[in-house]
Design a protein around this ligand. Structure first.
Ligand SMILES: [Zn+2]
Length: 274
């Protein structure tokens, strides 16, 4: 889907990114400076009042389809929990040049980072892929490192996507409602690598949330950055339940397959997990 006018202003995105980062931190999914957030905005936004300093940047991959669009994105080494207090110190605005090989990075005199997030390549690739395929004029990507989900991704049986989803989506009715296509599973790749980028792209075609094995999670949304962070929270809550069941020697039954199918039928959800 696409967002309709009147469009939100830059200030609103700065607040929403801050709130999403704060919540990700509250659920203990961003220790230190782990995690990163970006939104790609497809309409003109006034950025220079808050981000007056400009420099040219070579992009890590060509994104001609994003020409003219603005990414608001976290700086490398910055803490997601700090964005809300001083967004301009922790975020940069990257306007993609015609041709998509370079961009203009606008920052604030308060800037506290040297470079944008080291996952810039994955953010750009996912935005491009989704914008080309769905025609949306807005897209948000959030990466976090929630510990229960990440822990499960270290256990071989949870590295099977079907097994993983059948065990995650059985703890609360909300989970299948918010993640009807389940979570995608991407085997371990070196963070920031090309292999990680391309596996993420492919998996995000079918899912709105993917787990990076032994690392963390990526969620996307074409409506809001907080919708993306909510999806991380739903997936992590499910993983927490699964972990509790594991340490309690499988004491709980969880929702039965029949119960989950009844929820899905009642709400008209198309799901193929159960
Ligand atoms: Zn990470």
């Amino acid at each position: 889907m696409s967002l309709d006018a009147p469009y939100p202003e830059l200030n609103e995105y700065l607040v929403w990114i801050g709130e999403a980062g704060w919540r990700i931190s509250e659920i203990e999914a961003s220790e230190g400076s782990a995690g990163n957030i970006s939104v790609c905005i497809g309409w003109p936004v006034e950025i220079r009042r808050k981000f007056p300093l400009a420099e040219s940047l070579d992009l890590p991959l060509d994104v001609p389809e994003l020409a003219g669009m603005t990414l608001v994105i976290t700086g490398s080494g910055r803490r997601l929990r700090d964005v809300i207090q001083e967004p301009t110190a922790n975020l940069g605005c990257l306007v993609i040049d015609k041709g998509g090989k370079t961009g203009q990075l606008y920052t604030s005199p308060k800037r506290l980072f040297a470079n944008l997030t080291s996952e810039l390549n994955s953010h750009l690739a996912v935005h491009r892929d989704q914008i080309v395929n769905s025609g949306t004029n807005f897209h948000a990507v959030v990466h976090a490192q929630p510990r229960h989900l990440t822990f499960l991704s270290h256990i071989p049986r949870y590295q099977d996507q079907k097994y993983l989803n059948q065990h995650l989506l059985r703890w609360e009715p909300e989970t299948i409602i918010n993640l009807p296509e389940g979570v995608g599973f991407v085997p371990f790749n070196v963070p920031g690598s090309k292999a990680q980028m391309s596996a993420t792209l492919t998996t995000l075609h079918q899912h709105r949330v993917v787990i990076w094995a032994k690392h963390g999670i990526v969620a996307r949304s074409d409506t809001s950055v907080k919708r993306a962070s909510d999806r991380i929270e739903y997936a992590e809550t499910a993983a927490h339940y699964e972990y509790m069941d594991m340490v309690n020697h499988g004491a709980a039954t969880g929702l039965t397959i029949d119960e989950i199918r009844s929820i899905s039928e009642f709400l008209g959800l198309h799901q193929q997990i159960f």
